[in-house]
Unconditional design. Structure first.
Length: 550
């Protein structure tokens, strides 16, 4: 009997298991550092505003740098990006520890150090999330994302308590040093990892161009766009629970710091349970079904927390909130990854992160205002109601089933030979593609070309248009521009197997299933030519390809 060696869990893969453990240690270090920084600010400045800025200085870079970091992660070796970010954060944390021990820190210098650590976190995030797909098979990606969420929530549950103990015994400088040491394990693992990646076939994109390409891809990808909308709505409503938890401990339970720690722990335990059970849930529910299960769980937990002052019941309610939190956010994360080809996955994840964090930040502010004016219980009940509305939003923006999408590149396109040599920077390039369509097939053809228009524009085409020949009603011409020949090559290499259905539909609609005729031309302005010189043939280059390779 042959024994299957297919991994059943991401933990069956030594690389993922080692990186996960090292990342868990790093997450603990980050939360310990956060406690130390907040406590040190209380001794450096009594201003509540300055104390609040400690957390803001860590989260602000995530909003500012996520898209740039995603473009960097998609254009460079992700392992090296993570390695550089981890080394940078180790250096900053070591300097912060040294400054604390030397007694030279001021409030603004402390904020500068925490901001730099936040920058490192922002740069590391998209590369780390996108690299999960390089570590595990596609079938195990949902489980791997859930396990990463579980690791973070384990750290969030226990890290603040450990950080508080370290600060109480040895001071804030020891907490900063513990954070610096926590990076060492992950740096060692990343330094030894040699991912088996295909060689790059094209030059890297310029960063601004890459950022624009990421935004364009997400905007013209309905599955990803829907996930971002739902993630922002969910995050807005879900934010009330962690944001108002200190007030729940003080005003509803009427407890102190120990009560607050118990509430955090209950939320974290629920998150761990949700991550562990997510694989079982995914086998039984669709993507939309998972969120429809998670969002009401969080809403009912928030409503119960608002309605009772019994600590035991509140702990159970917050555990339910934690489970719903992880199941929903890991589902959104997985959906973005599985709906994105590898060339743009880090940028798509960075935009998802911005949507989710934007919802969380906005919700925290709004429900904080409600709590200030009408009480904590009212704010939690309002958040529960909004969470249920986010479920109803699924009627308008239903989450797509992306598990069957094949986002691997087709790799069937080959760069055509041209009659006159062109360079990568030659352009603008104008492409026209001739289709011959019978009159009876015109409505179906127009519908298929509407989808083709989206695919073309998503992958970088500009000024797309569809023309019909007035003298030959069977002749239809698809036309689009790209800035350079390199952009044309890049555009065609971005086609995935998920786009095959559209190509097959168009092939079936053409007369006799004939392949289209493709013309590739370079655009030139006559006003740019000296009047005394005839145009160079390269400036009027035209290539005709009857094979249909576009």
């Amino acid at each position: 009997m042959q024994v299957s060696h297919e991994p059943r869990s991401p933990f069956d893969l030594p690389l993922f298991r080692t990186v996960w453990i090292a990342s868990l240690a790093s997450n603990f270090g980050g939360l310990i550092q956060s406690v130390g920084a907040s406590w040190m600010m209380t001794s450096l400045s009594g201003s509540p505003q300055m104390i609040a800025l400690v957390q803001a200085s860590v989260s602000l870079p995530i909003m500012l740098l996520s898209l740039w970091a995603g473009a960097v992660a998609d254009n460079l070796d992700r392992r090296r990006v993570m390695l550089a970010a981890q080394c940078f954060m180790l250096l900053v944390s070591a300097l912060l520890a040294a400054g604390s021990w030397a007694g030279i820190l001021t409030p603004w210098l402390l904020l500068a150090f925490t901001f730099l650590i936040g920058c490192g976190t922002a740069i590391n995030g998209p590369a780390w999330q996108a690299s999960v797909g390089d570590m595990v098979p596609r079938a195990l990606l949902p489980s791997a994302v859930a396990l990463n969420s579980m690791g973070f929530n384990v750290a969030r549950s226990l890290g603040p308590a450990i950080g508080g103990a370290i600060v109480a015994v040895a001071g804030a400088a020891a907490a900063f040093l513990a954070n610096a040491v926590s990076y060492v394990g992950l740096i060692a693992v990343l330094a030894r990892w040699r991912p088996d990646l295909p060689p790059a076939r094209l030059p890297r994109e310029r960063i601004l161009v890459a950022m624009a390409a990421g935004i364009r891809y997400v905007r013209l990808s309905p599955p990803i766009r829907t996930v971002l909308i739902r993630a922002a709505l969910f995050g807005f409503a879900a934010s009330a629970v962690p944001a108002l938890m200190p007030l729940v401990a003080r005003d509803i339970i009427r407890g102190g710091p120990l009560t607050y720690g118990l509430l955090l722990g209950a939320f974290g335990v629920g998150a761990v349970a949700g991550a562990l059970g997510s694989q079982w849930l995914r086998r039984r529910f669709s993507t939309e079904g998972l969120v429809r299960l998670a969002a009401p769980a969080l809403a009912s937990g928030a409503a119960t927390t608002a309605a009772t002052d019994w600590l035991a019941l509140t702990l159970l309610a917050l555990a339910l909130c934690g489970a719903g939190w992880v199941v929903a956010l890991s589902t959104f994360n997985v959906s973005v990854q599985m709906a994105s080809p590898r060339w743009v996955v880090a940028r798509a994840l960075s935009l998802y992160q911005m949507a989710a964090f934007g919802g969380l930040a906005g919700g925290s502010w709004v429900f904080g205002m409600v709590a200030g004016g009408h009480g904590v219980a009212t704010a939690l009940l309002a958040a529960a109601g909004v969470q249920l509305l986010s479920v109803a939003a699924g009627l308008l923006w239903r989450l797509p089933a992306v598990s069957q999408l094949n986002m691997d590149p087709r790799d069937s396109w080959r760069e055509p030979e041209t009659a006159v040599p062109v360079e990568p920077r030659s352009g603008p390039i104008v492409i026209t593609i001739e289709h011959r369509i019978a009159e009876a097939n015109v409505p179906a053809f127009l519908a298929a070309m509407n989808e083709r228009r989206r695919i073309r524009r998503r992958d970088g085409a500009r000024h797309w248009a569809l023309l019909r020949d007035l003298g030959d009603p069977e002749l239809w011409i698809e036309r689009y521009h790209v800035p350079t020949w390199l952009d044309y090559v890049r555009h065609n290499h971005r086609r995935t197997h998920a786009d095959d259905a559209n190509s097959e539909a168009l092939r079936a609609l053409r007369i006799d299933g004939a392949e289209p005729v493709v013309h590739r031309r370079i655009e030139r302005q006559t006003s740019s030519l000296p009047q005394s010189r005839a145009p160079d043939p390269r400036e009027l280059n035209q290539v005709t390809d009857p094979t249909g390779s576009s």
